[in-house]
Write a protein that binds this ligand. Structure first.
Ligand code: C2E
Ligand code: CA
Ligand code: CA
Length: 274
């Protein structure tokens, strides 16, 4: 049984619900049984709509407690000190899936989420370096480690050094959910990242003139500094068209694909989803 350490960390109000014990139970079961699933969501290039990447997303259950979504179990895992064992299962499964995914789609990139609570664990560096050591360099060069922006802004100098070291190994660092948290624009230039993932609320509200202007500015910023920008949460053809007209080159969202199990992607082509 993994050791649970209640951390005195702030949590989102929706996590502090009566379902907390039940989420804890689901997490403990998944970790004890080493039973997690990975699903993958495509990332597409514009204007071709070709599949150019995938994001690995963790699922647990269903179990006696019913379905628990990542938005429920990830914050709880972070809060009770279970995120490192959970993400190590994610990385274990990813290592098994990567050869098959890259055989079916040789040119794509693969994103995986990394919690800052995991990155700051004392043995993270030895864990991740050991994990990378088992992969060919050609696979390492296809990996994107996604870290949520809210946490990125509070990253300690030692962690920044660790991220630089990962980049030197060939992994790209992605600032996830950009614009959703407490972006400190004044610190941005001190943070090591290669890609920005614009939070889904921007694509979803792009018909609003002010949101449109922010997305346009973010794209100009990314272009000027040679940073890739992925717009997340694209759900409609209209949102896609507006982003394309703004010269946004990379998109992810239900309009192109829902997160799907490995088997789906092994038979799917890189061509645009009809
Ligand atoms: P995320 O990293 O921002 O991942 C994208 C989430 O947005 C996924 O939710 C995906 O299903 C959802 N999404 C994608 N396209 C659309 C769209 O067009 N519309 C809407 N409304 N949603 C869309 P999911 O899989 O439920 O994951 C939620 C969050 O849980 C992730 O957000 C990520 O922060 C976290 N998560 C999932 N797996 C892991 C993991 O292995 N480690 C860590 N630290 N976090 C994870
Ligand atoms: Ca992500
Ligand atoms: Ca995101």
């Amino acid at each position: 049984m993994p050791h649970i350490e209640e951390e005195n960390l702030p949590m989102e109000p929706d996590v502090l619900t009566s379902s907390l014990p039940h989420i804890k139970q689901a997490l403990l079961f998944a970790i004890e049984q080493q039973k997690i699933d990975l699903v993958y969501q495509g990332q597409n290039a514009l204007p071709s709509q070709q599949l150019v990447g995938m994001e690995a997303l963790c699922r647990i259950g269903p179990g006696p407690w019913g379905d628990v979504t990542p938005d429920q179990f990830i914050p709880v895992a972070e809060h009770i000190g279970l995120i490192a064992p959970l993400e190590r299962l994610v990385f274990k499964q990813l290592a098994l899936d990567l050869p098959q995914l890259l055989a079916a789609h040789p040119d794509i990139r693969i994103g995986v989420n990394l919690s800052i609570r995991h990155i700051t664990a004392v043995d993270f560096s030895s864990f991740i370096n050991g994990w990378l050591d088992a992969l060919p360099q050609s696979t390492i060069a296809r990996l994107d480690f996604e870290i949520t922006e809210t946490y990125f802004q509070r990253i300690l100098p030692t962690v920044i050094d660790g991220l630089h070291a990962l980049r030197q190994r060939g992994v790209r660092i992605v600032m996830d959910d950009f614009g959703s948290g407490q972006s400190s624009l004044s610190r941005l230039h001190t943070l090591p990242f290669d890609v920005i993932k614009l939070d889904k609320q921007f694509a979803q509200q792009i018909e609003h003139p002010m949101v449109y202007a922010i997305v346009k500015a973010a794209l100009a910023f990314a272009q000027e500094f040679g940073i890739e920008l992925i717009a997340e949460g694209v759900e409609t053809a209209e949102q896609c068209q507006v982003l394309q007209a703004l010269d946004c080159r990379l998109v992810q969202g239900f309009y192109f694909s829902r997160p799907q199990p490995l088997a789906h992607w092994l038979t799917a082509s890189n061509a645009p989803t009809p």
